[in-house]
Design a protein around this ligand. Structure first.
Ligand code: ATP
Ligand code: MG
Length: 333
């Protein structure tokens, strides 16, 4: 594999592209190699570089914009030159071990107020995506916006009331699943597990542990024909059908990703229209969407991942790389 592109060094131009992601992000590398080949200078950093390895100095100018620089010893961006920000997968700000836990919490809150605040206020900058848009894209919000956009969404119940589950399951023909609101990775007692989509059997409907926190239940699409991953980049859609063999991956393809096959697929016009309306409503320039297609061809929108990965799908990797590079280079929609 080619080495990870760190910084584009070609030319003497000040970078107009700011890329914020973790140090060894192979997905970002595809786009950064493309930008390097095009001679588009960028500065790549991670929030974990702040404040130890990077410095932000910004002063409010009379015209009402922050001027100054964010960078490390060698490279960085002039705040007045930035045209696009790729907020890909940053990790957290990091602080010296010598600081106490309360000090670090305070320092993190200071950094969080300053860095995205200053960058987010710069006028005329294209964000892929604005961090607050990503944060707003919770499951309840995305499903509601999708349904309002005319997309089919499976019936969904959110509750911490065990008594609400059985009547909902009855309305869903007795087939419901549950999935988590946040990351599926769960670590407990040193063991790391994944909280995949699970069927909820009738003897669990009344489980008192449901009362311990909020849960999401959804009608199971039992006649699942195949799934679609749609990667959206500034209005361009890159759909791929995902076919899982019989077995655990039929319910949740993440259970056995090596067993999957990917094929090109077209989306119906009304689904395309719904996706554009939904992404406009969510304010997302980039998103990876999950859809289920049932045996009669109905498309169900089930998930919107504003930071979803895309380089793992061979069929669309090259076109998504080019679409993201075009967008970051251009700095406008
Ligand atoms: N209502 C459903 N009926 C049948 N299968 C479902 C349903 N909802 C999700 N799945 C399956 O579970 C898998 C993951 O779905 P989904 O992306 O909705 O889960 P998630 O936990 O929200 O994912 P993420 O981790 O990306 O947020 C997919 O294979 C999908 O088909
Ligand atoms: Mg998903």
């Amino acid at each position: 594999m080619a080495p990870s592109p760190g910084q584009s060094t070609r030319g003497t131009k000040t970078p107009r592209v700011l890329v914020i992601t973790y140090a060894l992000d192979p997905t970002a590398d595809y786009v950064l190699r493309e930008l390097t080949d095009r001679g588009v200078p960028f500065w790549r950093t991670d929030l974990a570089d702040f404040p130890g390895r990077s410095t932000l100095t910004a002063e409010l100018r009379t015209e009402g914009r922050w001027g100054g620089r964010m960078g490390d010893e060698l490279r960085g961006v002039d705040l007045s030159e930035v045209r696009s920000v790729w907020w890909r997968k940053p990790t957290s700000y990091s602080f010296p071990d010598t600081m106490s836990e309360p000090e670090r919490r305070f320092a993190a809150s200071q950094a969080k107020g300053a860095v995205p605040g200053v960058l987010g206020s710069l006028p005329g900058v294209l964000w892929v995506n604005r961090p607050e848009r990503n944060a707003d894209c919770t499951k309840p919000v995305q499903l509601a916006v999708a349904a309002r956009a005319g997309l089919r969404v499976p019936e969904t119940l959110i509750t911490n009331d065990p008594a609400a589950v059985a009547p909902f399951a009855a309305r869903c023909g007795g087939h419901i699943v549950t999935k988590v609101f946040g990351s599926i990775v769960h670590t407990e007692g040193g063991k790391r597990g994944q909280l995949y989509t699970r069927r909820v059997p009738p003897d669990q409907y009344n489980n008192p542990r449901i009362g311990l926190t909020a849960h999401l239940f959804q009608r199971e699409i039992t006649a699942k024909a195949y799934e679609i991953r749609v990667t959206a980049v500034a209005g361009k859609l890159f759909p791929v059908a995902i076919h899982a063999p019989d077995g655990p991956a039929r319910l949740d393809w993440r259970r056995n990703s090596s067993s999957l096959t990917h094929t090109p697929v077209d989306l119906p016009h009304d689904v395309i229209r719904g996706i554009h309306t939904m992404l406009g409503g969510l304010g997302l320039v980039y998103a990876a969407l999950d859809l289920i297609v049932d045996s009669d061809g109905t498309h169900y929108l089930i998930d919107v991942n504003p930071g979803g990965q895309w380089a793992w799908i061979d069929l669309t990797r090259e076109s998504i790389t080019l679409a993201l590079a075009d967008l970051l280079e251009k700095g406008t929609l």
